[in-house]
Design a protein. Sequence first.
Length: 146
Amino acid sequence: MDKAKREELIRKFKAQNLLEPQGRWTPLPVVSLEDFFDGNDDYGSIGCNLLEREHPGPKGFYAVLKEIRDCRDVQDILVEIYEIEEQEWPYSERLYILATAQLDTVTEWMKPLSPSEVSEGHPWSRMPLALPELQPGVTLFTAWWD
């Protein structure tokens, strides 16, 4: 694990600080693929419900997601940070895919990463602060690992 990159990621997380009185970050912060995956070698940071033989590892996740992001139908992909544990890479259970594609296409793109669910829209009432404005025709999709 690259500790300097971990600290930079945590700094970006805190810059989107919306700490509720109950101690929860709502809405949860989002970061770029580079912010989340560069320096990350922690298999538990994303897709931790996947069996060891199914888990592509952070490098595998990053490679698949960069390939998807490079599609002309994709505006961006962002990683939601769910939790920060001491001495570990921040944890994510959700990605946002901003694309002009249909849900079945996005679901097919995500198959190599075995998400629990891919759906259209955002699961919460408050959108992440760092979520960019959607370009015309772009829909927000959510990929989630239980």
